[in-house]
Design a protein around this ligand. Structure first.
Ligand code: F6R
Length: 260
């Protein structure tokens, strides 16, 4: 059951679930509940969580649960979802560096349990294949929490990404580079390439949670959930996970959904 003030709306046609919180804080709580549930019920689970503005509140909530002893991340195998190619963790633009600061360190995730996506490997293509094998050796992802970009990207699986794609180097679209421009000093500095876990790996997760907040995401969420399943909108492929997919959104993000 959703908590009070939230609406739970099973989407029976595609069998995925949409949970709508009244606001960003409510969405963050529901997202933290999903992560907590997986971590508590699957000791040693492998999971991936996104960076960005949408998950900040979720991380805050998870860290506060960990700090009061309600949640323990010490056995979790954490796989990073994506990063800019060539960025060291110490680089201000590094997504992995951001994640370390906002979550992995305050959550006391043991460094040996953190699997860094190979953003700086001299041979990123072979390293990407090794990364996918590491995920398999960890038993596959128990949980993948992902956000959605304004162009429908998931991780950095940009439009055109195949549903069976694996970890790989990608060219970023101008939409994605502009979306993240605020993190950089002027457009020139925004990286042109990234490395991302593939849609195929994300789609194999035993539980997938798509978190979405704000009216700026309402149209792309409508296209992803109610438009055709197409690589033009990579997030639409998430629907093929059926009941393994839960969408957790705030009220502004679902404004354009016809079935809510
Ligand atoms: C980040 C990532 C991206 C973001 C998406 C939404 O690791 O994989 O796909 O989830 O761009 O970003 P925000 O939450 O900043 O709107």
């Amino acid at each position: 059951m959703a908590r009070r003030g939230n609406i739970e709306q099973p989407q029976t046609a595609d069998r995925f679930t949409v949970r709508v919180a009244v606001d960003y804080d409510g969405m963050s709580q529901l997202a933290a509940d999903a992560v907590t549930d997986t971590v508590q019920s699957h000791r040693g689970a492998a999971l991936t969580l996104p960076t960005g503005e949408t998950p900040r509140g979720m991380y805050q909530e998870l860290v506060s649960r960990i700090s009061v002893g309600r949640l323990d991340f010490s056995t979790v195998q954490f796989f990073c979802l994506d990063d800019y190619l060539g960025k060291e963790i110490t680089d201000e633009a590094s997504l992995t560096g951001w994640l370390q600061e906002v979550f992995l360190q305050p959550a006391h995730v043991p460094p040996t349990n953190i699997h860094f996506i190979p953003a700086t490997d001299p041979d990123p293509h072979s390293a990407a294949a090794r990364y996918d094998r590491d995920i398999q050796h960890a038993g596959g992802l128990e949980l993948a929490v992902v956000g959605i970009g304004l162009n429908g990207h998931v991780g950095f699986n940009e439009p055109g990404s195949a549903p069976d794609s694996r970890t790989r180097v990608v060219d970023l679209t101008s939409v994605s580079r502009e979306q993240n421009a605020a993190y950089f000093d002027g457009e020139q500095a925004i990286p042109e390439r990234a490395i991302t876990m593939g849609l195929g790996t994300i789609l194999e997760a035993r539980r997938i949670v798509l978190i979405v907040s704000g009216s700026s995401k309402a149209e792309i969420l409508r296209l992803a959930l109610e438009g055709p399943i197409t690589s033009d909108i990579p997030a639409s492929h998430l629907r093929s996970a059926g009941s393994r997919l839960a969408v957790i959104a705030d009220a502004d993000a679902v404004l354009k959904l016809s079935r809510i």
